[in-house]
Each structure stands twice: as structure tokens, then as C-alpha cells.
Design a binder for this molecule. Sequence first.
Ligand SMILES: [Zn+2]
Length: 396
Amino acid sequence: MSFSKVLDDLSIVIRETAGDCELYKKQSNEVEFDFDTTIKESNLGEIPYIPWSFFKQSNNIFKELLRGNTFDRLNYWMESSSTCGDPSILGRLDSDIEVLKANYNDVFNSFSKKEEVKNLILFAPGMSIIKKIRHNFYGKNAYLLYKSIVDIWDGKNVNFLLQFFPGKTVRKMITTFKARAVIGINGKLLKSELNRVEKKNIPTIMANSPLWMHKVLNDYYQKENRTFDLSENFYIITGGGGWDGTKGRVKLGHSVNKGEFIERMCDMFNISTDKFCDNFAATESPLACGGHWSKQHNDFLLHVNHSKGRIVLRDIDSLEPIKTTGKPGILELITPYGVDSYAGVAVLLDDVVQVENWKRCPECGREGAIFRVLGRLTPSIGKGCSSIFSLDSFKL
Ligand SMILES: [Zn+2]
């Protein structure tokens, strides 16, 4: 796929979206967008965009962001896990979900070894728990985005560490008089799996939220001083944010410094920094940006796949596009692929990032913009059902 094809496809999808989504048309009219404009690298900032807040449950306009007859054909809503108290709600049909999954797969294969490695340790819950976490809007269930993509691990031996602990739940009910399930990391499973992997030298990927990974493994390390020699075959994929101490509508009271995380994991598993991959993605856009660790920046460098989309960086105050490097701004994700169901062609997020290079990565040579995540526009506040998650690992 040529890089300019993305721009041509953008022109088409922008026009089509305005044609079958009133709200996007309104946004386009507000910025007086000319649909005959040829989209070029230089005018990406002119594309009408949807601010992240439009997807928020509290604003109650998420249904209006659906295109055409998507609502009638929709099986369920997708709900974000990376925003607090007030999730984003999106409607995606199967064809868009397939694009989303392909984008995640590309990141995991390009920046890690998903294809080759058959054994997984996931700091995530299995399907039975995910199906229980649901809401309902306009007569349709809403599930975490994770439900739609978890089958990308099909065919692998997956250890889901996030589990439901009935004993803890009963105790919690007695002490708080509230019937809430306690979900936490199964430390016993983690321990036995790590021992098995080391003993038999099994290539393994450990993946998901860095928050749980860091806290649980740190506790383990400090308690038993246990290290592993997994230097040959051990890969770590982080994703879903959580570096700032908030995961989903859950404040875990523990933030993770990226540099410290990498150092600790390298020490604990005797691995080098090239074994790490970070996946930056937002529920509101199908784009996924893969990252590798950069010693120079002491941070993950995230890459925009130029055959799939583009980014625009906007000034935090004026929202005008920033074209320089090294200046913090708000990230906008742009893609014509995977947005047939809703107005997601250009979405302004609440992530504050800094572009380090607009053309290519000086470290790995990949084409396309590279950026680092600096933080959030709105400080994350975990609230709501936070008490169902616990950072402690049980039975460790
Ligand atoms: Zn790179």
C-alpha cells in the first residue's frame, strides 16, 4: 500500500462520513471544510475532527456518532477501559473490529514476536469475567473493548492472571455490606508459570497493563528476591496505558515510572531492553502505534504506521496544529480504515504527547512520525467501581 493512498482514501472517507453522520457534517460545517480539498501531508490539520469528549457516556451524544444504519446492525457497544468514571462508548460493526484487530496484530508482530511465541502470561482477565462487566445503552449491551480483541490470542497457551476471588468477595461483603466481586492477580499461577517457563526454556510473552505487572512483580521480587534467567526467549508487551496509576475506572494508587519499570524487569528476568514493546491505542480510534524502548529518551518511542494513518499534534491552548518537534501537544489520530461504522476518521484524544520526528525513527528507521506520551490533558481520577479491583496478588 502506498503512503499517498492513505491520503486519497482519507478524502473519500471524510466525505462519506459527513454524508451519513449528521454530527460529523455539523463539525465539518463549523470549520467550513471544503470537501473538494485534496488531502495532503501539509493540510491534515484541516480535517474535521471529533474531540474525545463527544464519545463520553456523560455527554450522551455517542449514538449520534454512528454512521448510517450502524445502530440497527450493532451487536453491542464498545466501552473504554482507559478513561475514568466516564467511559467512552463506541459502536463498531464486525468489519471495523477486524481492522482494529489487524492493527493490534501488526504492532505485536512488528515490535514483538507474537506470531512465533505460543505461550502467554496475560495480566488480564479471561472471557468469563469480561462478559460479566457490562452496561446497557439504548437496549444494547456494552462491553470493554478488550472483549472484541481478546481472540487475537486464540491458538496460544494463555494464562489469564486476573481472576475472581470468591473468598475475598465474601469477606468484603461482610466488612463493607456491599456485594462486589474482588478481582486480582493470581500470584500462585504467575509464580508456577514463570518457574515452568524458566525450567523448560519456553518462549513466552508477558503482556498487558504495566500497572499490575510492575506492582505484582515488584512485590514478588522484594519478598523472595527471586530472579529468572529468561534472556533468550522472554518478551514483554505493555499496553492500555496505566503508566499514570489509573487503569480503567480504577485508581490503583500506584504509578509506574517507565524507566524504573524497564530496569526492574530487565534485572528480574535477565533480559535486554529490545525485548519490550509498548502498544499505544485509544478506544476511540482503530489506529495502534507500536513502540520500542529508547535509551536516549528513557521512554518508549511510538510509531505511526504510515500505510494506515497519520497524526496531527495540536497546541494545548489554541488547538492549532503544531508542526515542530519537541513541543508537547494534544494527539489527534487520523485513519480512513476501520471507521465504516462511526465518525472516527479523525479523533482528538486527551493524551499529551511530543513528536520527536515527523518523518522517520532515527533509531529503527521505520517511516512515519514518532512520538512519546507525556501525560493526560485531564488528570485521571479513578472512581466508581474501583473497589472491585485489587492490586495485591493473592496466594503469592
Ligand atoms: Zn523506532
